[in-house]
Design a protein. Sequence first.
Length: 222
Amino acid sequence: MAIKILVVDDDSYIRSFLKKRLTAYGFEILLADDGDTGLAMARAEKPNLIVSDWNMPKMNGKEFCEHVKADSELKYTYFILLTARDTAEDKIEGMEHGADDFMTKPFNDKELIARIKVGLRITALQYELSKYQHDKAIMELAVTIGHEINNPLGIIMLTLQVLKKKLMTQRTEGMLQDIETCLTNGDRVSEIVKNLCSLEDPQFKPYLKNSPIQMIDLTGKP
């Protein structure tokens, strides 16, 4: 699948020039002539990278960048701001609004392409990191469920086997206690599920002593 780059600029020459140059590198180029249109296109197309002019009608590049970075589905999109402003104060202002990089107009197209490639590498690394964190979170949840639920579930299953044997041999002594044991451990499982569903700030602890594998701490203890 081709990498998507969204170019947002009210100058038709810049849009045409960048489309021609970037298409030659195999990128799929999306074009918009103002920030409003660019934002709608970004939300619909989910580009890998955005190149935007600073000074535009309707919504300027700084405001456009703010909206992109505030969108949960776009916030990691690499954003390069094109601007005729070249002071440190201008760059700081742009970075405070979420821009990842700057190019001063008139820009060197080879330098812009080099910066785009750097931005795409950074985006790829962020994706790999988020995927790793996602997979790690799933593993930690699986370990937690397996550890916390396995014990009371095992007690329930063993107690039910004892009850079955007692029923088969018509031995009734202790059956009420066996049933109480099942109910108690059923309540433990229910409480674990409730705690998992209500987690807001999960804390972690080693699965085993000195183990690198973590599990969610449902005890509430430090």
